[in-house]
Write a protein that binds this ligand. Structure first.
Ligand SMILES: N[C@@H](CCC(=O)N[C@@H](CS)C(=O)NCC(=O)O)C(=O)O
Length: 212
């Protein structure tokens, strides 16, 4: 039992980034505990033995250890710009499933190609590019994946596209996906993103509370 929710997080983790984006947007104050994935705190593993971040522990002890559940929790508390509203629910669901499923795997294969010698880095990149082109199609019809305004599907997918883009930013920037590039740049340049990428000291059992 705590005063404010506790978020176990890792700065560069795309799942943790999307959770932090939603928590900050919803203006919910939490205690942030920056973890080292190679040396996770016992108090985190005690409440969520699967050992992935983000993990959110609510005041009543409820544990949310899936990033999309944390996003839903935050937006149900406060959703000033209607991030939960989308122009097409089934499309949004499909994009998210593709992102968290095959695209995430293609991203890892592309980024860490030396660990997956079955195919070349370029072959993995080509697989991932199919998803980029699908997003480009959507973004040529609407400014955002959610429709005419930023929404939860945009922030849920964004951290993964950012990672994919930065494996080789020159290559990404020369792709014929102008809408996708503009969408990515806009979110990267937002105050919201800058806020959630602030650095925090690693949390250890006796650390001072750091508020997010
Ligand atoms: N489905 C989970 C996935 C979270 C996840 O896989 N996070 C990675 C870091 S980006 C992790 O904690 N991996 C465990 C590890 O590296 O030990 C969610 O959406 O929260």
């Amino acid at each position: 039992v705590t005063n404010i929710p506790i978020l176990y997080s890792f700065r560069r983790c795309p799942y943790a980034i999307r959770a932090r984006l939603a928590i900050r947007y919803a203006q919910i104050q939490v205690e942030i505990r920056e973890v080292l994935l190679s040396d996770k705190p016992e108090s985190m593993l005690a409440v969520s033995p699967k050992g992935t971040v983000p993990v959110l522990v609510l005041e009543d002890g409820t544990v949310l250890d899936e990033s999309m559940d944390i996003i839903s929790w935050a937006l149900n508390i406060n959703d000033p710009d209607k991030w939960q509203v989308t122009h097409d629910d089934s499309l949004v669901k499909k994009l998210l499933e593709q992102n968290d499923g095959p695209f995430k795997q293609q991203l890892d294969h592309y980024k860490y190609a030396e660990r997956f010698p079955a195919k070349s880095r370029q072959a993995y990149r080509e697989q991932g590019e199919v998803f980029l082109s699908q997003l480009e199609n959507k973004l040529s019809l609407h400014s955002y994946l959610s429709g005419e305004h930023l929404g939860q599907v945009d922030i849920a997918i964004f951290p993964f596209i950012r990672q994919f883009a930065y494996v080789d930013k020159d290559w990404f920037d020369q792709l014929p996906y102008l809408n996708l590039q503009a969408w990515l740049t806009e979110i990267i340049n937002s105050e919201l993103f800058a806020y959630v990428m602030q650095k925090y000291d690693r949390w250890l059992k006796n650390s001072e509370t750091q508020k997010f």
